[in-house]
Design a protein around this ligand. Structure first.
Ligand SMILES: [Zn+2]
Length: 283
């Protein structure tokens, strides 16, 4: 073997070894990079997920401490009435602002109870939140709840993103909150003829399988306003209203929202009545 041949041989071998080494290193590196990337993503997503929970909890705590401050302010007898009234006025003015901010943050109805001390001062806000049954009392029965269920047609397990309220043909369907009609669609499948309404605080409601639609896209409607009638359009096996509530883009369980306004109003009325009789007793 001549000297240049030896050099060539070594160069070839070296290149092969290098290629081999590169291949193995690449695979290992790739695995390492993949592992690091997933680890980074895991650590990045963790705080984001936890953050929303923490933010919500701290917001809930803030609302609770504000409610306490309000209660204390209303109950305390302070000799300096001017200061007291100013403080109270300031607190009451802040209520709506805090309510609004808080309502945009809560993902569903789970933290709703924290709001009750404030709703006494701003009960009209419930008209803007899906808080009523979209059908008349006695017109319907709950035939399917939110969650995993056996699909009646395909027989497969499927998540049901709303509730089904069984009713007879053309029973009146009402908007569960004040809002703007953003969609009216006549589809042969799925939801069939359906309406989507956008409300304040990140809420949307969907009314599916309708027979008639009595509103137009872009129309502003009040809570309890007639919007359509019950039907059996789309993928449906009988006359019923498929009702969905979407909060901040996610479909949530509407069950807690049904009669919510009425329940809170009843509680507030009892309070008002009690305070009323107490006031009457005062000379
Ligand atoms: Zn349904």
């Amino acid at each position: 073997m001549k000297s240049f041949e030896i050099v060539k041989y070594f160069q070839k071998n070296k290149r092969n070894n290098l290629l081999k080494a590169l291949k193995t290193v690449n695979k290992k590196q790739l695995a390492t990079i993949g592992f690091l990337v997933s680890l980074t993503l895991f650590y990045l997503s963790g705080p984001i997920l936890r953050l929303s929970d923490e933010t919500l909890e701290s917001a809930s705590n803030t609302m609770e401490s504000n409610a306490e401050a309000l209660k204390a302010n209303l109950n305390e007898v302070i000799s300096d009435t001017i200061v007291h009234n100013k403080e109270r006025q300031y607190l009451l003015l802040n209520i709506e602002e805090k309510l609004v901010a808080y309502l945009y943050q809560i993902p569903d109805y789970s933290y709703f109870t924290v709001l009750e001390p404030y709703l006494e001062y701003a009960p009209n806000i419930l008209e803007q939140i899906p808080s009523a049954v979209p059908l008349e009392k006695g017109d319907y029965w709950l035939s399917s709840e939110y969650g995993i269920r056996q699909h009646p047609i395909s027989n497969k397990e499927k998540k049901h993103f709303g509730i089904d309220l069984a009713a007879t043909l053309n029973k009146h369907v009402y908007a569960s909150a004040k809002g703007t009609v953003v969609l009216v669609l006549h589809s042969k499948n799925g939801y069939g003829t359906h309406i989507i309404i956008t409300h304040r605080f990140g809420f949307q409601t969907l009314y599916g399988h309708l027979n008639k639609v009595l509103v137009k896209e872009g129309e502003t409607i009040a809570q309890h306003e007639l919007i359509g009638t019950v039907g059996n359009t789309g993928t449906s096996t009988g006359y019923h209203l498929h009702y969905e509530i979407i909060k901040n883009g996610l479909k949530i369980d509407p069950l807690h929202s049904l009669r919510l306004k009425q329940k809170i109003y009843e509680r507030l009325y009892i309070k008002t009545k009690r305070y009323g009789t107490e006031e009457k007793r005062d000379p």
